[in-house]
Every structure is written in C-alpha cells, then in structure tokens.
Design a protein around this ligand. Structure first.
Ligand SMILES: CC(C)(COP(=O)(O)OP(=O)(O)OC[C@H]1O[C@@H](n2cnc3c(N)ncnc32)[C@H](O)[C@@H]1OP(=O)(O)O)[C@@H](O)C(=O)NCCC(=O)NCCS
Length: 374
C-alpha cells in the first residue's frame, strides 16, 4: 500500500473575458430582436415577450461578476448566441486536449516532474468533445506519457471522483502516479438565450497530479481520505447525446439539448446533502470541524457556499477559510473547486487539514480530505 498525495496543480484560463455588463447588453439586444420579430404574436398573447436580464440580479443571485470563454464574439452576437470555434482536422489536437495539456504541464512543473513520472491520465469532465477515441488518450499522447488513459464524466463532480479513482490506484500500487485533468468548455453546453441561466458558466481547464507521497520532491497534500456519493435527480439535465438523430424531433433546436436546471430546487436540495456529506466524512475520519483550516468548495453560487460553510464550520467562515473564485470564473463545472484549491493553498503550513468538495448534476458529491506537508 502506498500513501497518495497531490503534488501539483495547474489552471488553464482562456484569454477572453465576458463581464456581466457585456453579457447583459448582448442578451437584451437578443431579447429586443426576438420581441420585435414576434411583436404580432406577443400582442395577440400567443407568445410571451422575453424580459431583459440584469447585472444586479446576476451578482445578487449568484455572486458571479465575469467569466472566461474560448470565444466571446459568437456568444455576444445576438444573431448567434453560442461560441464559434475553428474547425480542426483530425490530425490536430482537439480543443479539450489542448486546454488540458496546458494545465497538465503547469501541474507537472509545480511538482518538479515530467511525463516519464506519470503512469495514467484521467480526463474527467462534464462533456467530451467526441465519442471516441477517448480525449484522455489524446492528452496522454500529446504529453508523451506511457501507460493508460480514460475519460470519465460525473458532471460537476468529475474532478473529485477522478481524484478518488487515481488515489485508489496509487494506494493499491497499480500505478505510481496519475494526472487528473478537467477541461471544461461550459460555453458549449450553456443556453446563452435563456435569461434564467445565461450568466452561469465559463470555460477553463484544471489538472491535478496525484503521486505516491514518498515520490514528492516538494510541498504536497497527503490525501487522507476520499468519499463519493450519488443520488439520481432530473433537476440538472442535458438530453444531448449520440441517439439524437434517431429520435423524430432530435435534430431540432431543442432547449433540452443544452444545460437545463431547476436552480431553486437544486439550491434547496443540494445544500443539506453536501453539508451532511462533509460533516459525516470528517466525523468518520475523527476530524473536528475546528480542525478544518480550509474548505475548497464547488463554485456554482456564493450563497450556496456561504450556507454550506456555515453549516460545516458551525460559524461563518472567514473568506480566506472558504475561498471563492466564482466571481472571476463563474461556474466552471468540475474545475471550480480545483481552481479554488490551486489558487488558495500555498499559505497552509505543515499538518494543516483542508477539504475539497464538489457537487452538482447527478446529483453527485465528492470530498477529498487533505493534509499539508511543507
Ligand atoms: C440559478 C440561480 C442563480 C437563480 O437564482 P434564484 O434566486 O433561485 O432565482 P430564480 O430563478 O428563483 O428567479 C428569481 C426571479 O428573477 C428572475 N430572473 C431570472 N434570471 C434573471 C436575470 N438574468 N435577470 C433578471 N431577472 C432574472 C426570475 O424570472 C424570477 O422572477 P419572478 O420572481 O418574477 O418569477 C440559483 O437558483 C442557483 O444558483 N441555484 C443553484 C444552481 C446550481 O448549483 N446548479 C448546479 C449547476 S452545475
């Protein structure tokens, strides 16, 4: 048996930023155009007018101030309202692979390791760019890693579930180390024409290197314990899939072929589920909430994180104890808690304990308890 540890993390951030002001301006232009087109039907009462979005609502309801995206011109064009990416040939790296390689190289550099030190790649994300070959195998090839690679998808919890899979393999001795990468192109599955959710997501890629602790050459985070749980729910759903053309109305521009959620219900049901999950996990590991130096939570909604932090800690945590990055990145699905961890963990000292927790569609919740070794 070997002790697994996180020895490096990396974040790829796209160059394009969309502020709430830009987003709302584009959405409102789209709404005005649609309403003008449908003026007759709206007057006759057969079609509802599309109401304007507002910056104030977005910040108050979610805490999100901006998001990074691979393409902003398509998203902000009221006649398009989705990202437009360059067509790539099959001989070129895919977009997900390219983002993941950037994040993975940063994680390797932080750990002081090279591709030769890695035995496996897990590409864990909410969506895959294609059905096959696995995106993870392409990333493995681009990085020059021997061994094996596979894709997995547990939506927003993909990263923590991937870390558990990697940690278990390191512990068992199947592998010495694995890169868990989370390239999330959320702009591709967000319905930018829906006021209720158009502000939610952004694009990013994260990478986490998991190694035997004895192989760490610098500061690392011992993986004390991982815990994953799922419970089926339709409250976050996307019906796009490979059987689409086989259905009578499958090829239509259908709303359910993009991200859909019942946000209120998600909020109400997931907050208690996650708070209980974290409390049970640390209790079972004999860790008191007073012993938790940091919570790196999934980044979907600031109020949601405030509730969870307060319930778990038994008091209102200081912002530094429960860092949020969603104001800058928005919800980046599985990558969110890893960005929070990557950008807010260097200051912890020997023996400090922290916990990464993801949650989302499925429902799914995954927690990783870490101990700092300086
Ligand atoms: C999505 C979310 C931010 C919405 O916040 P909310 O407080 O629940 O807001 P609601 O959807 O109830 O909408 C409240 C009102 O604002 C309106 N509204 C919605 N979007 C708006 C926008 N962009 N601009 C202005 N008003 C808006 C609604 O129409 C509604 O109006 P009504 O009261 O007249 O019906 C919030 O529910 C959330 O984050 N939930 C958790 C989501 C989550 O974690 N999902 C996981 C994804 S992976």
């Amino acid at each position: 048996m070997h002790q697994p540890a996180i020895t490096g993390t990396g974040v790829f951030t796209p160059e394009n930023v969309i502020t709430n002001a830009e987003l709302v301006q584009a959405f409102n232009a789209y709404a005005d155009k649609q309403n003008a087109l449908n003026a007759g039907a709206i007057a006759a009462g057969t079609v509802d007018a599309i109401p304007h979005s507002s910056e104030e609502f977005i910040v108050k309801a979610s805490g999100i101030e901006q998001r990074f995206v691979l393409d902003k011109t398509g998203v902000l064009n009221p006649d398009i309202m989705y990202p437009q990416l360059r067509q790539r040939s099959d001989d070129e790296p895919g977009v997900m692979a390219e983002m993941a390689v950037d994040a993975a190289q940063k994680a390797l550099a932080q750990a002081g390791k090279t591709a030769a030190d890695v035995d496996a790649v897990i590409c864990a994300a909410s969506n895959m760019e294609r059905a096959y070959p696995a995106v993870a195998i392409e990333i493995q090839k681009l990085l020059g890693i021997e061994g094996f690679a596979f894709d997995m998808n547990v939506a927003c919890s993909s990263a923590t579930f991937g870390i558990q899979a990697a940690a278990d393999m390191v512990r068992a001795g199947t592998i010495r180390s694995a890169l868990v990468v989370n390239p999330e192109i959320c702009s591709g599955h967000l319905e930018w024409r829906d006021r209720d959710c158009h502000f939610i997501f952004g694009d990013v890629a994260t990478a986490t290197l998991i190694e035997r602790m004895e192989d760490a050459t610098g500061p690392c985070f011992e993986i004390i314990s991982t815990r994953c749980a799922t419970e089926f729910s339709n409250n976050i759903r996307n019906n796009n899939g490979f059987l689409r053309r086989s259905r009578p109305d499958g090829v239509k521009d259908r709303r359910d072929m993009q991200f859909m959620q019942n946000g209120r219900k998600v909020f109400k049901e997931v907050v208690p589920m996650v708070s209980q999950h974290i409390t049970d996990h640390i209790t079972d590991m004999d860790i008191a909430n007073t012993g938790l130096k940091r919570l790196w939570l999934h980044q979907a909604n600031k109020s949601m994180n405030d509730f969870i932090g307060k319930k778990v800690m038994g008091r209102t945590p200081e912002p530094s104890e429960q860092p949020n990055i969603l104001q800058d990145y928005a919800n980046t699905s599985s990558a969110g808690s890893i960005i929070a961890f990557s950008q807010n963990s260097d200051d912890l000292t020997e023996g400090d304990i922290g916990l990464i927790c993801s949650f989302g569609a499925g429902y799914s919740v995954g927690s990783v308890i870490l101990r700092r070794h300086a």
